[in-house]
Each structure stands twice: as structure tokens, then as C-alpha cells.
Design a protein around this ligand. Structure first.
Ligand SMILES: [Mn+2]
Length: 382
């Protein structure tokens, strides 16, 4: 059987001031369009089940327009296909308290074969498919009092969860996190994880699919990572399939420009050269980083020209970073000696340069963190 694993769609996400001709925030429209195209793409790939592993909506109270558009989309989909859809509650679309009511509950009420779990850990049986999907929503993480393992018996067992897996997802500050050891990889056929927007392999049968669009608080980090999209688990296939979001808007985080010893005019020249490499700014989201530029030099930049460039792009962000203060590095070193080994490793691994071809720094960093977590676990047993 084949299962599409989608997560972190974030319908209703908004950014920047640009509007569509209809007056809708352009990025909200982009994010909706991305989901729509992903669903169409999925229908062409012979999938038996669709799992949305959390954060289908960006907020617990999406706008009426977002709700209407999502309903129409599900309705168009249901008229043509009866593929079951399992939606797991994420931190963005599930209110903390159950008495607030959850927007996701509208979907199984309105459409057949749509299953929603947003509080509590529960297994859903799909007898016709010979499959069970266990849902571990974000707000069930803290109250899980049983081990997250499938019940005895055959068939395909899938776990769908939304949350931070320690040592794999970075920059997450969730009070409750999962250790990789709590996931019992060997007992599941597949584990579909949502929450971290960057596609990441946790184990060969366990993935963060990553978001379908750039909607995290750090889209530049996402832009440097693997492509946006979704995954397909095939119980007969050799490995998990990666599918990109069709028609995705381009986001570029350009390599930082070193501005030490350059005058304003030279820095402008470097910016122009870098932007020219993009082959047009129109429709793109771009960040230009200028490192080591003193305030006195910032005044010398051609701000008229920069405004013109900004108006050409969907969004152009200019990050001007003043030179590091003398003694800063030494101070970091002192502070560093008392920091956890895991943090030390991550910063070291992510700063490595000139890695051999085919070695992904993110993956290297994640692997090291996994080994550290495993070692800590073993140490705790002694
Ligand atoms: Mn999310």
C-alpha cells in the first residue's frame, strides 16, 4: 500500500505586504496554492491513504476565507476521490484546552473518510487496506502514559505524530520532546512526523516530511535545506519517495558578502552582481546578507537603488551586520566551555566547510546528535 505523508501546510500563513489582484495577502495565496497543487500531485501517484501530520492550519482561528477555500478544496477532492485522509492536530491548529473547540473537527463532520485526532493518542483501523494509523497529536505528547508502540497483530502499522524529536529537529523550544528511543522504529512500518519544517530522515522508516511551503519563523534556514514537498511510503517499495511541491515560489538566501575594507560603492557593486545571478528578482523572495559593514559605511549605500530593487522582488530583505566586536570571539570561547556537548557539536558540524561531495552538513549534524543521544541513553542505564 502507498501512503502520502504531508505535514505543516500552514493554511492561513501570511507574510509581507504584497496583495493578489483580489486583495488577498500574496503569501497566504501562495501557501494555499501549494497545498492545492500537492493534493493534485498526490492523486496522480496511486496513493491509498493520505496522512497530514499536523499544522494543516497556521492558526487555531483561520480566517473565514481560508476556511471556505479549504472546504471547497476538500469538496472538489471528495467528488473525485475517496482516498481516506487522516489529519493529526499540530501546535498551530489545536487549541490547548479542549473546550475551545478545534477547527479540524469540521472536516470529518462534512466529508466522508476524513479522520481527525487532535487530543489523545489513538489508533485508527483501515481494515480494507490492512493498515492501522496511530495518531500522536502535539497535545497528546505530554499525556502519553503508554509506550508508543503498535498493538500485536499483522498488517501495516503507521505512526503519525506532530512534535520535536530530540537531537533531530533544531531551534525548537517545546516543553515536551520525544527521544528517538521512544519511537520503537523496529516495530513500525512507517512513522510520519510533522512539526520541523525541514525534511529530515530520523530513521530509514521515520521522516519529517518538511513543510509544503516556506512558512517557519526562519524561512532562510528552510531555503538552504532540502526542497519543500511531501513523501510517499510504499510498503512494497525499497525506500520512501520524495516529491516536491509543484510550482513553488523561489526563496533564496544568498551567501553572505564580506564587506570588511569595502566602500559603499564596492558593496553596492557586490550586491548588484549577486542579484544579477538570480536572473530577475520578480516573484522571488530573497535575502542579501552583508557581513562586517560598519554603520558609517551603511550611510554610503545607494538607498534609492536598494528601494528600487526591493520594489522589483516579491520580497527582498537586506541584512546589514556590523563587524564583530573585538574580544567577542574570546568571550564566546569562555562561555562555550560550559555549554552542553550537543550544542557544541551542532555548531561545529554546521560550520564545517569543504565537506566531500554528497555529504549533507544537516544530515551529518543530525547523525552526530543521534549518536550523542544514544550515548547519553546508554550512560543513563549504567
Ligand atoms: Mn508547523
Amino acid at each position: 500500500m502507498r501512503i502520502a505523508h504531508i505535514s505543516d501546510v500552514h493554511l492561513g500563513y501570511r507574510a509581507y505586504a504584497r496583495l493578489t489582484p483580489e486583495g488577498v495577502n500574496q503569501r497566504e495565496d501562495d501557501v494555499f496554492g501549494a497545498f492545492e497543487r500537492v493534493l493534485v500531485d498526490v492523486t496522480g501517484r496511486n496513493v491509498d491513504l493520505i496522512v497530514i501530520a499536523g499544522d494543516m492550519f497556521h492558526t487555531v482561528r483561520p480566517s473565514n476565507l481560508v476556511i471556505q477555500k479549504t472546504f471547497r478544496l476538500f469538496s472538489r477532492f471528495r467528488r473525485k476521490y475517496d482516498t481516506p485522509i487522516v489529519i493529526v492536530g499540530g501546535n498551530h491548529d489545536t487549541p490547548k484546552s479542549t473546550d475551545a473547540g478545534c477547527i479540524l473537527d469540521l472536516f470529518p463532520d462534512a466529508f466522508e473518510h476524513v479522520y481527525v485526532r487532535h487530543h489523545g493518542y489513538e489508533g485508527l483501523g483501515f481494515d480494507g487496506l490492512g493498515c492501522r494509523v496511530y495518531c500522536l497529536p502535539y497535545f497528546a505528547l505530554h499525556e502519553r502514559n503508554t509506550q508508543v508502540r503498535p498493538a500485536e497483530g499483522g498488517g501495516v502499522n503507521v505512526l503519525a505524530l506532530h512534535g520535536t524529536v530530540r537531537g533531530v529537529a533544531y531551534g525548537m523550544h517545546d516543553p515536551v520532546q520525544l527521544d528517538p528511543g521512544e519511537l520503537y522504529f523496529d516495530e513500525w512500518n512507517y512513522i510520519a512526523v510533522g512539526h520541523y519544517h525541514i525534511r529530515t530522515e530520523i530513521a530509514p522508516n521515520c521522516f519529517y516530511s518538511g513543510a509544503t511551503e516556506y512558512t517557519s519563523t526562519n524561512i532562510w534556514e528552510e531555503a538552504r535545506g532540502p526542497s519543500k514537498g511531501y513523501l510517499i511510503y510504499d510498503s512494497e517499495g525499497p525506500e520512501v519517495e520524495v516529491h516536491g511541491t509543484p510550482g513553488l515560489r523561489e526563496v533564496h538566501d544568498l551567501a553572505p558578502l564580506a564587506a570588511e575594507d569595502l566602500c559603499g560603492e564596492e558593496i553596492m557593486g557586490a550586491i548588484e552582481t549577486q542579484l544579477a545571478g538570480l536572473n530577475g528578482l520578480q516573484d522571488r523572495i530573497v535575502r542579501v546578507v552583508v557581513d562586517g559593514i560598519p554603520r558609517s559605511i551603511q550611510r554610503d549605500l545607494d538607498w534609492g537603488r536598494l528601494r528600487e530593487l526591493k520594489s522589483q522582488a516579491m520580497h527582498l530583505e537586506l541584512a546589514l551586520r556590523p563587524p564583530a566586536r573585538a574580544g567577542q570571539a574570546a568571550a564566546d570561547g569562555v562561555a562555550g566551555s560550559s555549554r552542553p556537548l550537543e550544542v557544541e557539536w551542532r555548531e561545529f558540524a554546521e560550520a564545517l566547510e569543504g565537506l566531500p561531495r554528497g555529504i549533507d552538513p544537516k544530515r551529518l549534524s543530525a547523525l552526530g546528535s543521534q549518536y550523542l543521544a544514544k550515548a547519553a541513553e546508554e550512560e543513563a542505564k549504567l
